[in-house]
Design a protein around this ligand. Structure first.
Ligand SMILES: [Zn+2]
Length: 204
């Protein structure tokens, strides 16, 4: 069974990792590529350097969170898939986004990405630094990466990845795990704000 068959059979990631070659020790006839099954819980045969300190700070909701989340959920109700996001800085909404994946024929047009891109289109990426992003569903790894790269320091989501996965396909890497493995940023994460209202949209 080849690697492709294994991927389709297990629906898990199959990652080829090249071990560092040492010409003095390795024989040309030996294939030193190691196949590492990710997400399977198996021990990783290749050491991966991770930041020493955890970078996700799990925090309770703040009084203003419900109001901004309600706005994100209102956007989600009009989206192609029920993901809506608002970006808040200094108590004001500076960006809004909703999933437009089908409308734009763009699988990356997630609510969070649309909100971030709309802010960036105004030409001042610095306003995202220190901002808070509210989203109706826990961000995928792509959106969480964008959050980190843009310097957004607080994330508030409604439905969790585990809740979303009961109704739609998800990449099962929790936002806290992405944050933990992002050595250059510390992101405060609050989950579950109006989660049941968000889940009603996903179950429609
Ligand atoms: Zn996403």
């Amino acid at each position: 069974m080849g690697p492709a068959a294994l991927v389709s059979r297990t629906r898990r990631a199959l990652i080829a990792v090249s071990a560092e070659k040492d010409p003095a020790k390795s024989s040309p006839s030996i294939n030193r590529r190691a196949l590492v099954r990710g997400l399977a819980g198996a021990a990783m045969p290749v050491a991966v350097a991770l930041p020493a300190a955890a970078k996700a700070l799990l925090a309770p909701a703040r009084p203003e969170d419900e109001g901004f989340m309600r706005e994100a959920i209102d956007l989600a109700a009009r989206a192609d898939f029920p993901f809506g996001a608002v970006i808040v800085r200094d108590g004001k909404v500076i960006g809004r986004g909703l999933n437009l994946g089908a409308s734009l024929k763009d699988p990356t047009a997630h609510g969070e990405m649309i909100a971030i891109r709309r802010v960036l289109a105004e030409g001042n990426p610095g306003v995202l630094k220190g901002a808070t992003l509210y989203t109706s569903g826990e961000p995928c790894a792509m959106c969480m990466g964008a959050i980190a790269w843009c310097g957004i320091t607080r994330l508030v989501f409604a439905a969790s990845l585990a809740q979303l996965a009961t109704v739609i396909d998800q990449i099962m890497i929790p936002s806290a795990e992405v944050a933990d493995k992002t050595g250059f940023a510390t992101i405060e994460i609050t989950g579950g704000v109006l989660a049941s209202e968000a889940m009603k949209l996903f179950k429609r």
